[in-house]
Ligand binder design. Structure first.
Ligand code: G
Ligand code: G
Ligand code: MN
Ligand code: NA
Length: 253
């Protein structure tokens, strides 16, 4: 696909954009931070969704360029929020390719230190299935990132095959329940029991539990009743960029 060979150019020519989707506390509705989602403003194809290029970028290894660009953009944004929004964090998605590079953690630690941003405000998300590609290596890299002060999240939880023994070894502080469990949750008693068990397991491991893909008030209320801590999804907000992001930031001080 020619999209992939374009990706180097995209990074070089600033065709990528970082969009931010708010994460809201289920206790009081206040924002706790946002997840960074990449978009590609392609000169001919228009706005390309990550679903259409992240898998190819992962196969070719170009995803590491995307990750590096997103991390730089997240750090730049956190610098501008230092005064106005010091409590908001940004979560960047890492790919398995990043986890295979032993130089990744020390390089990132150095970049964060140079930026002056509190590393606690830069959260890193790793998918459950990505972790299981090379579990031993992943554990080592996650410990290095955690030692450098960055909080870690397990993304798409419930869709991979991690064992409880493995989960207990990971230095993570957040579990993100995959949106497939959230869709229609209020009308699905069996899924509610499953999600309740996931939340209790997360809390048992001292993790904050976030639900992804929350689209309706009924789904939100169900998650809240089940003890879930944080929600993310179209009900709270779509991913934001530009003026809409500015407006949201203004309203959330
Ligand atoms: O934003 P959207 O729903 O279109 O994203 C589709 C998929 O792409 C999601 O699974 C999301 O995790 C992934 N994704 C979005 N941004 C990034 C990124 O910067 N890096 C990686 N590795 N994946 C991303
Ligand atoms: O895999 P990951 O969690 O990183 O993917 C996040 C993706 O999910 C983003 O591309 C985002 O656009 C999408 N998304 C965010 N909120 C919702 C939602 O409420 N419903 C659906 N269907 N997708 C969502
Ligand atoms: Mn994610
Ligand atoms: Na996810």
């Amino acid at each position: 696909l020619s999209l992939v060979s374009d990706l180097r150019v995209a990074v070089a020519q600033s065709q990528l954009q970082m969009w931010l989707q708010p994460k809201l506390s289920l206790r009081d509705g206040r924002p706790v931070g946002a997840e960074a989602l990449v978009r590609w403003a392609h000169p001919e194809r228009g706005m390309v969704s990550p679903a259409d290029f992240v898998p190819f970028a992962e196969q070719t290894g170009y995803i590491t360029l995307v990750t590096d660009w997103m991390l730089a953009e997240a750090l730049r944004t956190l610098q501008t929020w230092q005064r106005s929004h010091p409590d908001l964090s940004i979560a960047v998605n890492l790919s398995t390719r990043d986890l295979q590079d032993p130089g990744f953690a020390p390089r990132l630690a150095q970049r964060v230190a140079a930026s002056g941003v509190d590393p606690q405000r830069l959260r890193l998300e790793i998918t459950e299935s990505g972790l299981m590609d090379d579990p031993a290596k992943s554990v080592a890299l996650l410990h290095a990132l955690r030692a450098a002060g960055m909080p870690l999240s397990i993304d798409d939880f419930g869709t991979g095959y991690s064992s409880l023994a493995y989960l207990q070894k990971l230095p993570v502080s957040e579990l993100k329940i995959d949106r497939s469990f959230v869709d229609g949750l209020d009308a699905a008693p069996a899924t509610q029991r499953l999600v309740k068990a996931m939340i209790e397991m997360g809390h048992g491991l001292n993790l904050m539990v976030t639900a992804e893909g929350v689209e309706t008030p009924a789904e939100r209320d169900t998650l809240k009743a089940l003890g879930c801590d944080v929600m993310q999804g179209y009900l709270g907000s779509r991913p934001l960029h530009g003026e809409k992001l500015d407006a949201w930031l203004l309203s959330s001080t």
